[in-house]
Design a protein around this ligand. Structure first.
Ligand code: ZN
Length: 76
């Protein structure tokens, strides 16, 4: 009579996946005044209309393609 030892390995619980991806609040990017819809901010020249550039201190970046635009004016 052999005794079986161990073997009762429990499968660990999966940790809840925290998504780091921020949801883009697209409704905040538009301003509706009357019948006109004004777009806030600039769109990405690479991705086209619909993709907004994220405003940073002195530059704008596109989160989609990584396009970045410097807002620093050249002073001569
Ligand atoms: Zn882009």
């Amino acid at each position: 009579m052999g005794k079986k030892k161990g073997g009762g390995e429990k499968k660990g619980k999966r940790p809840p996946s925290k998504s780091k991806h921020k949801k883009i609040q697209i409704w905040n990017k538009y301003e509706v005044s009357g019948k006109e819809v004004k777009r806030k901010g600039e769109s990405c020249p690479r991705c086209g209309i619909g993709t907004f550039l994220a405003n940073h201190k002195n530059r704008k970046t596109c989160g989609k393609c990584g396009y970045s635009e410097s807002m620093v004016k050249k002073e001569e």
